[in-house]
Design a protein. Structure first.
Length: 436
């Protein structure tokens, strides 16, 4: 039986989960791999901090990544240190020395994926990244292998558990964003610095990877339109509910005549949509293929054991190949297709819109807003206007539009916000699924 030797970079939360799975399920894993699995070295800067459920003295701990990367006996390097550097340098070195690599590093792949895929292809080795998107959900392999007979038409996903937890809590309890964020940090669902999550960048990283696989085109991360959830208010969530919608942070990609759309932003979706029912820290991706139709992938998008499970799906696949002498194939790595779609400009997308305009309650004000929208080819599907104000304070006027073009909406909002009776910037949230 062939011995497959593994080197682990990083014994943090996920790294510890990877080690636990090997220690507790070795017999099953080795049977499925058809070879012995040996954890040859675990590199981490902290060799003394206790990891729950692990005996560090029983692990081959080293304090230098070079002891993993320079060991010619190690076949597979598992990179779980995160960040861009030194992770990029470590992975490139591992690939250059002929080692297979498994990573959960979505930020690194979003920024440097093309370089890493090309290096793996050049060296004839595998680069697995199932754990980089949607945690324990086997999404990457499904898109890469299960849907090879399809042209993917669209995908829309809740791929950040922190944002989904916050929006779910705001929806269920009517709380403001700032209060729920503090609670999420206390519960460990949000980082001390939550910027990457709440500003939408984590979701953009994952979307970039999914676009590369689903549409066979590489989109520059900076070109993905990205908005976070910091401006979503309890008031907007309540109005959305009244209109028959829920607000979620969605990562969206669609094939269109102008190319492929790639965008991340708060989105109103019909309350009856399967995605609307996804709550808490769970993730879900709704995908449509031309042959298979609609699919939905749902599960835990983060956490020690779900993510470690996804890491092992790659490690075991690679180990099986090593044990049975099956070479890596360049075709298995993301690449640009012969008919790759260009990135469609954001100002050309079409969708419905939710608008909340704060205005003085004066005769004719609403009709002037409607006139501006009409002048920009935007028609109104629904209006909510509460009772007349008893004072001179502004009141919210909520509108749901029929499908319109983004550039037209932005032009209309620029004019609306300059109106004398409008007291602040209009809140705009895109709507998927059409007027309810």
């Amino acid at each position: 039986m062939k011995d497959v030797r593994l080197g682990l970079l990083g014994l943090g939360t996920v790294g510890a989960g990877v080690a636990k799975i090997l220690l507790t399920r070795r017999e099953m894993l080795e049977e499925r791999a058809g070879g012995r699995l040996t954890l040859a070295a675990v590199a981490d800067a902290d060799l003394v901090r206790a990891r729950e459920g692990l005996d560090l003295a029983a692990l081959p701990m080293v304090n230098d990544a070079a002891k993993v990367l320079d060991d010619p006996s190690i076949n597979v390097v598992i990179e779980l240190i995160g960040g861009l550097e030194p992770a990029r340098t470590f992975i490139l070195k591992a690939l250059a020395s002929g080692k297979h690599v498994v990573t959960a590093n979505k930020a690194l792949l979003a920024h440097h994926g093309v370089e890493l895929y090309e290096e793996a292809r050049r060296r004839g080795v595998s680069l697995g990244f199932e754990a980089a998107v949607a945690g324990g959900i086997p999404l990457i392999r499904a898109v890469k292998e299960g849907l090879v007979a399809n042209h993917v038409l669209s995908l829309a996903g809740i791929v950040n558990g922190t944002c989904n937890y916050i929006l779910s809590k705001m929806t269920d309890e009517g709380l403001d964003f700032s209060l729920v964020l503090k609670e999420a940090q206390t519960q460990g669902y949000a980082e001390a610095d939550p910027t990457l999550d709440i500003e939408g960048m984590d979701s953009a990283h994952k979307l970039q990877i999914l676009v590369a696989l689903a549409f066979r085109t590489f989109v520059d991360l900076k070109d993905i339109h990205t908005e976070g959830i910091t401006r979503v208010t309890a008031q907007d969530i309540e109005y959305a509910r009244e209109l028959g919608y829920r607000i979620k942070l969605l990562a969206i990609a669609k094939a269109s005549e102008g190319g492929v759309e790639a965008r991340v932003h708060p989105t109103m979706i019909p309350a009856a949509s399967p995605l609307a029912a996804v709550s808490g820290v769970f993730n879900a991706v709704f995908l449509t293929g031309d042959a298979v139709g609609d699919l939905m992938f749902y599960g835990r998008g983060a956490g020690q054991m779900p993510t470690a499970s996804a890491v092992w799906s790659d490690v075991l696949e690679i180990s099986r190949r090593i044990a049975h002498g099956i070479p890596s194939l360049a075709l298995e790595l993301p690449s640009v297709g012969r008919q790759a779609l260009a990135l469609a400009p954001m100002d050309g997308i079409r969708c419905c819109y939710y608008l909340r305009v704060m205005m003085q309650d004066k005769p004719g004000a609403l009709s002037r807003v409607a006139g501006i929208l009409g002048d920009n080819a935007i028609s109104i599907a629904n209006v909510i206007q509460k009772g007349r104000a008893a004072t001179k304070e502004a009141v919210p006027v909520v509108m749901l539009t029929h499908e319109a073009r983004e550039r037209d909406m932005r032009a209309a909002l620029a004019k609306i916000d300059r109106m004398r009776d409008v007291t602040g910037a209009t809140t705009m949230i895109r709507v998927e699924g059409g007027p309810a």
